[in-house]
Design a protein around this ligand. Structure first.
Ligand code: AMP
Length: 281
């Protein structure tokens, strides 16, 4: 299987597909791959002539240096997982300097306010980092379709906005959240939970499901207070935010209107920060 670490070599290789009119499917990741990542790749394989997976821990999207330092880096195991799925997938795994030319900073982006909500409010600079790396990667890979998980729903909406505002002509495909058997959303950061914590973390999805049930017949304020009290009864969890927001603007909702809503949570279990979300209607 092909693994590129230099953008020029990858671009030259992909030129042949582009000239032949073969659509490129692209799955950007930060590695430490799990079944959630593989489900994005599977969808890309089904819908494109060739699939490219990038593995790059992007320093500019980490607002917490300790999180960046501790982020798992497992390139060899990742390549094995990818080749187990399909040996024709092309991997792009550059070093930081290859992507940033010795100047590891992000550009500033206006995503029409999407960047100010939830993750944007709690992780300063995060979405500037995401916008910077995704734009760089899109310019190198030139995909027809790019696959992003609903696990990071705000990121998915922001990438759609990035493509729209820069007229990039890429179809951004949102893919459903893959969960452990106990409901915990799969995440590379779950590797930092103990076995006991992984079991406990099942509570997050249980409570989100409870919120969804209540959303049909309770007010938004009532649903929020249900979630807050549910976690108060479990002091191992330290919620950072719980929001109910319209899917398109991501602005916090107070009254239900005729539009699509989602509940979003960021919560600490021990020193591991977990995020999850659920569609409410
Ligand atoms: P990451 O490596 O965490 O940057 O994730 C790479 C891509 O995989 C992003 O589009 C994520 O939203 C997606 N992803 C991560 N975890 C999951 C999951 N449990 N289910 C579906 N997609 C996921």
């Amino acid at each position: 299987m092909l693994i590129f670490s230099k953008k020029a070599a990858l671009q030259a290789h992909l030129d042949t597909y582009i000239k032949a009119g073969k659509g490129i499917g692209f799955v950007p990741t930060m590695g430490a791959l799990h079944s959630g990542h593989l489900s994005l790749m599977q969808q890309s394989l089904e819908q494109n002539g060739v699939t490219v997976v990038s593995i790059f821990v992007n320093p500019t999207q980490f607002n917490n240096p300790d999180d960046l330092k501790k982020y798992p880096r497992t390139l060899e195991a990742d390549a094995e997982k990818i080749s187990g799925l399909n040996k024709d997938i092309i991997i792009f795994a550059p070093e930081v300097d290859e992507m940033y030319d010795g100047n590891t900073v992000s550009s500033h982006y206006d995503f029409d306010g999407l960047e100010n909500q939830m993750e944007g409010a709690h992780r300063p600079g995060h979405f500037d980092g995401v916008g910077t790396i995704v734009k760089k990667l899109f310019e190198i890979v030139r995909p027809t379709n790019a696959y992003f998980g609903e696990k990071d729903f705000q990121q998915l909406q922001i990438v759609k906005k990035l493509v729209e505002k820069n007229h990039m002509g890429i179809n951004v495909v949102g893919c459903p959240i893959t969960r452990e058997d106990n409901g915990l959303a799969m995440s590379s950061r779950n590797a930092r939970l103990s076995d006991a914590e992984r079991n406990e973390a099942a509570l997050i999805y249980k409570i989100l499901q409870g919120a969804r049930k209540r959303f049909d017949f309770e007010s938004i304020a009532e649903v929020k207070s249900f979630v807050e009290s549910a976690f108060e009864a479990h002091p191992a969890f330290k919620p950072e935010y719980f929001e109910i927001a319209a899917e398109d603007t991501l602005e916090p909702a107070t009254l239900k209107e005729n539009r699509k809503y989602r509940a979003f949570i960021a919560i600490f279990l021990g020193n591991v920060r977990l995020i999850d979300n659920i569609s409410l209607n």
